[in-house]
Design a protein around this ligand. Structure first.
Ligand SMILES: [Cu+2]
Length: 445
């Protein structure tokens, strides 16, 4: 229970620190930028309580400076060019050189000051999704603050009240700015380093875009029919793998700022969802899963014990989300005679390719595509085509990985005799069971 005296004391303290904060905010920290598309090494804490830093798939954590007891960060909202995968670059909006913006890491109880400079051609704001902040720091343009006009810098100041995984994104021309890739993740580490510690900690945010084949800009007025399904604005085979040492306890933090849900599935293991953007889930309420649905505008964090060595697919389970841009209007042609089809189509479109009559496996097909367009299904593994795109990568669990080594260990060396193999069927027809269902009359076999 708060006594009135205690409450007044806290309030007086808070307003005093807010005032001193404003005075110190006069000098703006530098804003580092990132131009590399691969996962950057973890940013270990330089002061304060210890924590295991996260690594961001195809991304990085934003360096900060200490100013008294404030942690100061500087985000710059600006146009960026993002490579979705080799062969496709898209003009997006993001922060500090990239879309999504850098991950912001802090510790429960930290006082943070986040400078936001707007270098976009229109106004913006930043909303701190899931975080408990004073109303005036919540970032909804018009409701909580004036919009940040182009060329202006605003400051957000608050205390990291609780640990967990959160997101940031504009609340200002929101549909356009999110369709252009403006978003990022916030990880607040528990002050107690013994609270649910893990050995590796990965984070990424899911976003979707409508980029028509041959174009370089998302269609920002698209509401439902997206065609690029990304993790940190990357698609397979451009998404970093998750290297893991055998026996590591691994945490994967997933934000969803796309316009649909994504059932995220990990092979070879079962895991438990341990945290959402609302907070930590008590152990008694956790259930074993192999797929967890990440709803729109939500965070799901799972912890997994990596006790099964190998290369394990890690992907969205909606099969059209593990593909790159495709034509949805293609008819199902399975079973249609390919010869007749080719003849009929060839008359109408001489350069066309009849496909689909025996399924849609595309691993060995070469089709001409417009510039800046990725194949719909692509990627090659040690046994042949993987035929994926979009939200797909691999968790690579290896015995011989050093503790802090996040480099891609390459393809798994399968122990002899542990890979599915071909057999030659016996020459004779297998004996049929007596008294089975007789063949139907007039049925052509
Ligand atoms: Cu999905």
């Amino acid at each position: 229970m708060y006594s009135r005296r205690g409450f007044l004391g806290t309030a007086a303290l808070a307003s005093a620190s807010a005032i001193s904060g404003r005075v110190q905010a006069a000098s703006i920290p530098e804003a580092p930028t990132m131009d590399k598309v691969v996962m950057q090494p973890p940013l270990h804490p330089i002061s304060g309580p210890d924590y295991r830093p996260v690594v961001t798939l195809n991304g990085w954590s934003l360096p900060f400076r200490m100013n008294g007891d404030w942690k100061e960060f500087h985000l710059v909202a600006e146009p960026v060019v993002r490579e979705f995968a080799e062969g496709m670059k898209v003009n997006l909006w993001g922060y500090n050189g990239q879309s999504p913006g850098p991950t912001i890491e802090a510790v429960e109880g930290d006082k943070v000051r986040i400078f936001v400079t707007n270098k976009l051609p229109e106004y913006t704001t930043v909303h701190w999704h899931g975080m408990i902040v004073p109303s005036g720091m919540d970032g909804v343009g018009g409701l909580n603050q004036p919009h940040i006009d182009p060329g202006k810098t605003f400051v957000y100041e608050f205390e990291m009240k609780k640990s967990g995984t959160f997101m940031y994104h504009p609340h200002s021309d929101e549909m356009v700015q999110m369709a252009m890739g403006m978003m990022g993740m916030v990880v607040v580490h528990p002050r107690d380093p013994n609270f649910r510690p893990v050995d590796r900690d990965y984070v990424f945010v899911m976003s979707t875009y409508r980029v028509d084949p041959g174009s370089y800009l998302p269609r920002v007025n698209e509401m439902t029919d997206f065609n690029m399904w990304t993790w940190n604005s990357r698609v397979f085979p451009g998404i970093d793998p998750l290297p893991v040492r055998l026996g590591d306890k691994v945490r994967v933090r997933i934000g969803n700022l796309s316009m649909t849900n994504h059932p995220i599935h990990l092979h070879g293991h079962s895991f438990a969802v341990t945290c959402t953007d609302g907070g930590w889930i008590p152990e008694s309420a956790q259930i074993p899963e192999t797929t967890t649905d990440v709803p729109v505008g939500a965070v799901r964090v799972f912890d997994v014990l990596a006790d099964n060595p190998g290369d394990w697919a890690f992907h969205c389970h909606k099969s059209h989300h593990t593909m790159n841009a495709m034509g949805h209007e293609v008819r199902t042609l399975i079973g249609v005679s390919r010869k007749d089809l080719a003849k009929a189509v060839g008359k109408l479109a001489p350069d066309s390719m009849a496909m689909g009559s025996t399924g849609m496996a595309m691993g060995n097909m070469e089709m001409p595509a417009p510039d800046n367009t990725l194949p719909m299904m692509t990627g090659t593994g040690q046994f042949g085509p993987i035929e994926m795109g979009g939200m797909f990568t691999v968790m690579k669990i290896r015995e011989d990985l050093a503790r802090d080594d996040y480099r891609d260990p390459g393809p798994y060396k399968f122990p002899q005799g542990t890979v599915a193999y071909e057999v030659t069927p016996p020459a004779a027809e297998p004996a049929r069971q007596q008294g089975g269902t007789p063949p139907m009359k007039n049925m052509k076999m």
